[in-house]
Design a protein around this ligand. Sequence first.
Ligand code: ADP
Ligand code: TRP
Length: 339
Amino acid sequence: MELSGKCVLTGVKPTGTLHIGNYVGAIKPAIEMGNRVIENGGKLVMFVADYHAINFMKDPERLSQIIKEAACTYLACGLNPEKAIFFRQSDIPEVFEMTSLLTNFTPKGFMNKAHAYKAAVDKNVAKGEPNDAGINMGLYNYPILMAADILTYDSDYVPVGKDQVQHVEITADIAGAINACYKKEVLKLPKAITQENAAVLPGTDGRKMSKSYNNVIPLFADANEIKKAVMSIKTDCQDINAPKNPEDILLYQIARGFCASELVQEIEEGLKKGGMGYGTIKKMMAEAIANELAPIHERYMDHMAHYKDVEEMLQLGAQKARTLAKPVLENLKATIFNK
Ligand code: ADP
Ligand code: TRP
């Protein structure tokens, strides 16, 4: 993929509990791609999607807490705020003006098909409730706000999880409809970037690691909590001395998804030969994971303790973001109103 001079954009939905699956599957790849684009003379635009979060979080105290946590997480995981443009979604008024304009070019049918809305309708139907029971317009219009997030900064690439690809496609369709309407390229069509071969990290019970399954190794925990989670990884009762196929062993699958290659190799050899007990492997893994996470955890705690500095940095990021946003919005308005 040609990154030279391109704009890579992604939004971070504040979610609360993060685990090492989120880290290897979403946080780390987005930061790495951002670093690559910056090295190639392009831009990384990254923001905390606080307005999207209102949709599922109405408790003001908890909402402000998870927004803080999201900002500090990305900084702790290596986002460089001096090189990237990092801010809060809500600090960019242009995005909300853009949202309002985009609604006029978005077929209602696009929103009917968006997966989060469809899932909410399916749930209602299953319960025998009216289709739209309890569904607010924030959920219904969620993809239009996301389209505004993307189009306002002239983004080229949007690294996202597979569940968000549909939203980026809707974004490109809305931009395409506007360009077709005015017969010129007013808005840039973005492309979703997913990690095609991204392995899904399994959780302690063998299902996908997910906050909904209570099977996670947390990203921000002390060594004891990490040890407790690693010790709870499911194992079988094969003889310790029996040679085993590492691919069949959950401990190995988790190690391969997260741990350094030397340790993975040691575990692989131990399992193949036989004689390396699951307890020993768990102890090695708990220690390695805790060591790997310790500096991230430390940075995270430090940012949380000095959140005023983080807020200042987000404000600086917002200023930079607005300089990108203004001309894009002005150009669209000039086209629409023949100014
Ligand atoms: P959860 O399943 O815990 O609710 P989310 O759906 O909030 O996680 O996921 C946020 C991001 O983290 C998504 O982009 C997703 O691709 C990534 N992710 C979540 N769980 C895993 C996992 N077990 N392995 C790899 N990536 C994951
Ligand atoms: N909707 C995304 C999610 O649920 C978060 C998000 C908001 C986003 N705006 C975006 C992602 C723009 C990429 C681009 O995770």
